[in-house]
Ligand binder design. Sequence first.
Ligand SMILES: [Zn+2]
Length: 314
Amino acid sequence: MTILALDFGGTKHAAAILADPSERRWQKYERAFAPPNATAQTDIEMMRSLAQSVLQGEKPDAVGVSFGGPVNAHTGIVRLSHHVPGWENIPLQEILENEFQAPVAIDNDANVAALGEYHYGAGRDCSSLFYITVSTGVGGGWILNGQPWRGCEGMAGEIGHTVVDPNGPMCLCGKQGCVERLTSGPYIAQRVQDILQRSRSQGRILRALVQGNIEAITAQQVNEAAEMGDAIAIQALQQAGWALGVGIGNAANFLNPQLFVLGGGVSKAGQHFWQAVRHSARNTALPEITVAIVPAQLGDDAPLWGAVALATGI
Ligand SMILES: [Zn+2]
């Protein structure tokens, strides 16, 4: 049995094949960066060539697909991509079924990664979990009673647009003080840049780290500076962690899952971020509710492993 797993990310795409889903080892695996001016068309072309490269003429028996944006999992139609133009209403499932002459199952990346962590990663011993990815955006996917819970319109799990500060800064979605607006990587970086531009005496370690090029500061560098003791960087990560923790605490109050699993680039931040997340989640949830928050185990491959679970219907 050959299962083809595809991951359409915002900036990176991946394809892999697996012969035995009980074995956690890819037969072939390819990952590549999308070009800067990508469109839906170039994304599909790139994925076609990655898939051909891993399949090497073999025909897959089933295909699972993770897509980095809202998807209707029932019809297999992509609603849109927030990062790449041209994805509006693309029937991706149909396109891929014609391409590979095999059944194709597709869902958004957070739901698929939740499935991956549930079957193959941090959630293997659970029957319910909430997977949260924190990177350029913030998304979430539920597993309840061992099954994905997508909501009646496929929009469940949007923790990124949970409002934690109604007077906070304006989010891309048009509301104020969303988790995503306070926790995602680009906003952590932007917040630090704003402070450093206003106050020339602060952020000595950060300034040295980026050799004075404040506009180029990334969330990863904020984390590096925090680990080295930079007060501004520590404060920025704590604020980001606080916002996410409030979102998690509320989610715990609503659905009381066994586990929260954090993935995505920002989740690789150190103790300052993690302590703040755990602390504010604990303070937000009712005292009777256990709030267990752990890092994702599958890293960047969580959507690919979830795609396997999706394809095999396990
Ligand atoms: Zn929002």
